[in-house]
Design a protein around this ligand. Sequence first.
Ligand code: GMT
Length: 374
Amino acid sequence: MRIGIVCYPTYGGSGVVATELGISLAKRGHQVHFITYAQPMRLDKFQDNIFFHEVEMPNYPLFEFQLYSLALAGKIIDVVKYENLDILHVHYAIPHAISGYLAKQTLQGVSNVKLVTTLHGTDITLIGLEPSFLPLVKFSIEQSDGVTAVSRFLAEKTKTGFNTNKEIHVINNFIDTEIYNRDECPTIRRQIAPNGEKILMHISNFRPVKRVHDTVLILNEVLKSTPAILVLVGDGPDRTDVERLSRELGIADKVRFLGKQNALPDILSAADVFLLPSQSESFGLSALEAMSCGTPVVATSMGGIPEVVVHGENGFIAELGDISRMAKYTIDLLTNPKKWQIFSASARKRAIEHFETSLIVPQYEDLYRKVLSE
Ligand code: GMT
């Protein structure tokens, strides 16, 4: 098949999933065309069957605000027409599904391209519900030839939040468990925790929904009984405040801010516990990445997290903002090596048995075939 993939190219989970999907589809013999405003972050090696089309922004004095949605629709029209695409797969509804719909309508009579939309999270749970966006998101979902959501939670949330009966296929996030495999490097561990402290870790884009502050509050509780270091990977709007909180609590020397990093499997392999105290999380790709590296997760019960982390088996789940419970669970794992081993093995097993790339990507191929046959 000839497949166009529209996504955000940066560090967000939807961009990671879209890029890994494209890479995997290309390996399976499909021709894949990425359409976005910058080279997707994980597209860092040459691979046959993969093409990148950069959306260029018009520079005209009348346009005080950037017209990305229109520029994207224009680029999609070009790529669909001249690369003869069968499928246009857009990731994250805003504005990609709307631009995709506009392009498809414009090409009526010229192309039979099918539009597949994957809903990822805040496009449905947060920004998509804003009154100015809701009707557009609902319309673009209903006009798509196929719609997927990354968890059962998100599929249900879409149906209720947007009052739609549109069929939504649940296709979970996936992981390459060979790349995300625990390979503990004593040097990395020593560099992070020179005095043999336990290592807590969190990876995100530091947006308010991630509640990164809570990871520092959890560390503060843990430190009352167990020597530990908190490693924070990523960057975003809440970073400065989180740095300030760790200074105010007098534990700044126990928190390492690594910023954005690419070597996630190496870093995750050094972690003893992964913390995900999110306020909203449609799936929790970072939790899956940790689990694949054999790192147990302590998380909130929000959204799709319980579909990934099994409480009492490969991690622990607590109520939103329940710092003392999350700290208690973390201490339990840090101080009980036998339990940690069982949880670590179970986390890895769950990643392999339920979320391995080779199990999930064929589900997208099946959906493409289905919409092409309709
Ligand atoms: O919040 C992020 O990490 C980015 C966001 C996105 O859409 O780019 O991630 C969402 O999509 C990921 C991939 O499907 C999911 O694993 C995340 O749970 C989801 N984030 C939220 O729902 C907050």
